[in-house]
Design a protein around this ligand. Sequence first.
Ligand code: FEO
Length: 385
Amino acid sequence: MLSENIRWVGVHDHEIDLFEGQYEVPSGMSYHSWVILDEQVCVMDTVDRRFSGEYLGKVADALGDRTPDYLVVSHVEPDHASSVQAFLDRWPDVTLVGNAKTFQMLENYFVLGETKRRVVKEGDTLPLGSHTLRFVLAPMVHWPEVMMSYEESEKLLFSADAFGQFGAADVMPAWDDDEARRYYLNIVGKYGPQVQGVLKKAAGLAIDAILPLHGPQTLTDAIPHALEKYQIWASYAVEDEGVLVAYASLHGNTAAAAEKLADLLDQKGCPDVVLADLARVDMAEALACAFRYGKVVLCASTYNAGIMPFMEDFLHHLKAKNWQKRTVGLVENGSWAPMAAKGMRELLGGMKEITVIEPQVTIKGAPKTSDLPALEALAESLLQA
Ligand code: FEO
């Protein structure tokens, strides 16, 4: 448990429809901020500026008759730092704490002018009284200036975006594998090596609680589980046995082939089969599923002598997030000149360690009884891969 000298002053956002302008967040988002009341008063991050008024009121309540000495900026992205200007307007004598990149990037958003600054490096400390912050740089988790802060007396890791999740903490107060996975892989998935580097640094710290900027306010009992998941996700390892069958279909025929393949996999004892209509599911969820399992089948109609656009979009998303080390089956459809598999192979060719297994299945129009042997053979190959 945190001592009573560390107060949560974050906000829950249930107005947002798309986080970062792209990710569905039906349970909202939280932006966490904390006040550490000691001989020196330190505030950890701000919140999205749409909540500046509510936020500053909470900070003022936590401060009582005191004023903040420091404002630590762990991450400049506007969901956390866009209230820095409002904070400075209210408490102009505060000293901003960040690394060299923090200040370079803050000046892209604000005119800092004569604002007091404390520039810190890896391992530097900020004594506050009985509490001391030690800074742990975490570049590209998720921007280059990101840093974490380790509070030595209570063994707390303020982890910035890491260990966050989609969903506001007032309705999702605990770690949730599905929303933590969808969040991590879509937001930070590309930067696995950098996340692994930070996990190595964290392994050297005794941590009683993790305080991320999103998701649960604190992680305590869930820490070993969360660390295990991050090791898997950051190394692009397979999380669960199963197959994602993702399809993009114009008139339902490619969908029917995908459904048949999913049935065959299920009947043959595949531990988990997830069917995803890429035109209708949340693309971020489909992407998270592609990382979760070791095997993915891509089923696409031919369109304009290429790939049905939803599948092409999906493959671009996978490439952008550094998807790798997976086994892929291909099913294409085309009434007169099937071309989707060729296009999918080309896009997969730009990814690392992707094995396309045989047979490639080609359907012309509606799937027929004569297509069953090929679908059966693909299902067998997937189960044996
Ligand atoms: Fe929650 Fe990368 O900002």
